[in-house]
Write a protein that binds this ligand. Structure first.
Ligand code: GLU
Length: 484
């Protein structure tokens, strides 16, 4: 089986999580079958399409690792192809010019509403005589082009997710507009369903994988494939993403664009992993943390749910934490530095790597999302350090100054690199010379070096501060506090 799939986003907004999830399923399916993933930008809606949205979509897909093999193709550059297909349908008597005015359509709709009927075009211009057409043209009316829909048809396909789907042609709203109004023999702007089918035929798409909100379009599109004499592809309609109330996730739910998730500090790997789980589960249900490539090995539509997929923030956060914890510290550091710079922290991105990298390693388990980067790292950058109330109170207790003095002396006497072994030896030495308990020494060092009684592990934090060259200053400042 030659698999060719496509993602066909409309650049009328930033890359939406729903489109990204559709991209994930397309990508997984293509990679699973060694197929081709085509990217096609559906920018025929000239009023709402914007180049910056196209850029945002391409950037978002790239960031997520959803690489495409062909494209991006732009529908706006392929209008001739659609017009040729429309001309073919006209020539075959499968489409016609319709002169019904918008006032007439409104009246029709009103009457249908009054009778509690679903709105539909009544096909009134399907069989106009040449004289009738001439009369409308003489009135200056500009026709749209409609594709004939045989109301007696029942459209059926075997959906890879939903099984047998049946749609009555009589529920499709009457003959369908495939080109906007234009004067004379011209063919106006081709419309969505037509353009999609022409492209999917031309691009030899074998499987159309998209959200279930497109099911009614699929019924219409199958009729177009038939009319154009093309093989109908396979369809897989994926479940919608729902909010916590079980409704379709929308702008009102706050965060919906991939760029927003990125800004919040989700990693590309975690978000891609999470989207894979939105409606699909691995054959090994215990396995929830995987890369796209790992998922592609076992991906298939038989494990995609029909029911909507609830967006679960807790799960996404958990996954993100997993990825941050497991990330090599040099990569994590690259993600942290821009956020530290944005917070105004001063460092040399190259020269300071010897202490920044262990800092990244230390903080990996302290964050769920990267937007916590500045908060969790604050104490390491602060000069001078601020001592919170608890740390100040601790340092001002009786008997603290000798501990600090002994520490300062022990550090000065340490030869070579300060590593965790050397730090352990210093603590032991301080316990001996000051006569204080080890617990008190450790709490004192935490208060003195970190300005708080809670936070990341003390010894690794100390080593980072030592490499930065500020542990001595901090101990001296703490000693001043301790001596009142
Ligand atoms: N352009 C359509 C959309 O953004 C997708 C069409 C398709 O996948 O067939 O919803």
């Amino acid at each position: 089986m030659t698999v060719r799939v496509r993602l066909a986003p409309s650049p009328t907004g930033n890359l939406h999580i729903g489109t990204a999830r559709t991209a994930v399923f397309n990508w997984l399916f293509a990679r699973h079958h060694g197929g081709t993933f085509v990217l096609r930008v559906e920018d025929t809606d000239l009023e709402r399409s914007r180049p910056e949205y196209t850029q945002n979509i391409l950037d978002g897909l790239t960031w997520l690792g959803l690489t495409w093999d062909e494209g991006p193709f732009f529908q706006s550059e392929r209008l001739d192809l659609y017009r040729q297909a429309i001309q073919t349908l006209l020539d075959r008597g499968l489409a016609y010019r319709c002169y019904t005015s918008s006032e007439e359509l409104d009246q029709l709709r009103e009457r249908q509403k009054a009778r509690n009927e679903a709105p539909r075009y009544d096909n009134r211009h399907r069989d106009l005589t040449a004289e009738q057409e001439q009369a409308f043209i003489a009135e200056g009316r500009q026709p749209v082009i409609r594709f004939k829909i045989d109301d007696r048809r029942v459209i059926t396909w075997t959906d890879l997710v939903r099984g047998t789907v049946t749609w009555k042609a009589s529920d499709l709203g009457g003959d369908m507009v495939i080109a906007r109004a234009a004067s004379g023999d011209a063919i106006g702007q081709p419309l969505y369903n037509l353009a999609v089918v022409v492209d999917d035929i031309d691009m030899k798409i074998s499987h159309v994988i998209r959200g279930e909100d497109h099911i009614a379009n699929t019924a219409k599109q199958i009729l177009l494939y038939e009319a154009l004499g093309a093989t109908v592809p396979e369809f897989a309609h994926t479940p919608l993403i729902l909010n916590s109330e079980g409704r379709k996730l929308s702008k009102r739910d706050g965060v919906t664009s991939v760029a927003e998730f990125q800004a919040m500090g989700y990693t590309a790997e975690a978000l891609a992993n999470y989207m894979t789980l939105l409606g699909w589960s691995s054959p090994d249900s215990t396995q929830e943390v995987f890369t796209l490539t790992e998922a592609a090995k076992v991906f298939g539509f038989e494990r995609v749910n029909r029911a909507g997929a609830k967006f679960d923030w807790d799960k996404l956060n958990w996954l993100n934490g997993q990825y941050l914890h497991r990330m090599p510290s040099d990569r994590l550091l690259d993600l942290l530095m821009p956020r530290w710079a944005a917070a105004g922290y001063e460092f040399d991105p190259q020269g300071d790597r010897p202490w920044l990298e262990p800092l990244a390693a230390l903080l990996a388990t302290a964050m769920i999302r990267l937007d916590e980067a500045a908060t969790v790292a604050k104490l390491f950058f602060e000069t001078p350090l601020t001592y919170d109330e608890a740390a100040t109170a601790h340092l001002q207790q009786e008997g603290i100054a000798p501990i600090l003095e002994a520490t300062i002396a022990a550090i000065a006497a340490t030869e070579g690199e300060l590593d965790s072994e050397a730090a352990g030896a210093i603590v032991k030495d301080v316990v001996k010379t000051s006569g204080a308990k080890k617990g008190l020494v450790m709490r004192t060092l935490r208060a003195a070096l970190m300005g708080a009684m809670q936070g990341p592990e003390m010894v690794p934090s100390w080593l980072v501060l030592h490499r930065r060259g500020v542990d001595g200053d901090r101990l001296t400042a703490a000693l001043a506090l301790a001596q009142g």
